[in-house]
Design a protein. Structure first.
Length: 333
């Protein structure tokens, strides 16, 4: 048997159980306070006057270990902001402000400066002001650095999410691994290669520290033009994230050949295809669900913003995520 995420130390079933506990507490607090929560695919929000507001938190994860070991820390600042913005933009929210939390093992002013430069660049790109944050120097607790952000988003009206059988699924390219699956990736690849070794035509370090693609402008434009019914940021959990927006329906997808780096992870780690699509984005960082009549307009906007895309398939009756690969192998999640 080959590597799995669980063997690498991450049990997705336990992770979902943790989420279930959190959901129970979240709804218990809201009920006790008499506040109505509005559920989205990636966010929860509340009404505030004529707006809905959301507050979303995410961190960079073990990608930061590689960035720390090489001193290339700007990418973790960028990723912590962009990962959050992509999530809330999938539910039609525009980012307006953010805060950060940086935990570090030493008094390394230069390292903090690099992270904050990355946060600055991403915040400027997203149009969100940085209100402040926390730098915690904890040599007895932290080994290296950990970075997370919280992003405040607003929207004026509810985004329609009436996903139906026959709707079209469009995939938008990723820029590599983004922020997810690094615990498994490190176990598999760093047991075989050094960071300076050439893999797939580039140094491995460059593959592992590629910044997460920013989808915020694309999503806001698509929602403003009422082209998209739902959007899925393909992060932790891989293609299973689609379930967040399709409910009891299913999808049938014909996916492109995954980028070389994912092929290497699979081959070196002897990882099952189903596990690959459950953990990684496999070259597709964002999925859009649109009515058939809006495919061309959606594709035009994607291209205008300099991104590649694929028409992957359709929403179908019955649950399940069916993935047909170019090699003829079928994956069902």
């Amino acid at each position: 048997m080959g590597w799995t995420y669980e063997k690498a130390g991450v049990n997705l079933a336990k992770h979902w159980e943790m989420h279930s506990i959190a959901r129970e507490i979240i709804h218990g607090i809201a009920n006790e306070l008499g506040i109505r929560l509005i559920e989205g695919g990636f966010t929860r929000s509340i009404n505030l006057g004529n707006y809905e507001i959301t507050l979303h938190t995410d961190g960079v994860g073990t990608k930061s270990m590689i960035a720390w070991s090489t001193g290339r820390l700007e990418v973790v600042g960028w990723d912590c902001v962009v990962g959050n913005v992509n999530d809330i933009a999938c539910d039609g929210f525009t980012p307006v402000a953010l805060t950060d939390y940086i935990a570090i093992s030493s008094n390394d002013v230069g390292a903090i400066h690099k992270v904050l430069v990355g946060i600055r660049d991403a915040a400027t790109k997203a149009g969100a002001v940085l209100l402040g944050g926390e730098v915690a120097i904890m040599p007895d607790l932290v080994n290296g650095i950990d970075v997370s952000c919280s992003v405040l988003g607003i929207r004026r009206m509810r985004v329609a999410g009436d996903v139906r059988v026959g709707d079209v699924v469009i995939g938008v390219e990723s820029n590599g691994l983004h922020m997810n699956g690094y615990t498994l990736t490190r176990k598999v690849l760093l047991g075989r290669y050094g960071l300076e070794d050439e893999v797939c035509g580039d140094r491995l370090i460059n593959w592992l520290l590629r910044p997460t693609t920013y989808y915020g402008d694309l999503l806001i434009k698509l929602y403003d033009n009422k082209l998209v019914k739902a959007a899925i940021h393909i992060t932790g959990g891989g293609f299973t994230k689609v379930r967040r927006v399709i409910g009891d329906l299913g999808v049938r997808l014909e996916v492109p050949e995954p980028p070389c780096i994912f092929e290497v992870i699979r081959e070196v780690g002897n990882v099952e295809w189903s596990e690959m699509y459950r953990v990684f984005n496999m070259g597709i960082g964002l999925m859009l669900i649109v009515g058939g009549e809006y495919v061309d307009d959606t594709a035009r906007i994607i291209k205008e913003l300099g991104l590649n895309y694929w028409v992957l398939g359709k929403v179908v009756e019955g649950g399940g995520i069916n993935i047909l690969m170019p090699n003829g192998f079928n994956v069902r999640l």
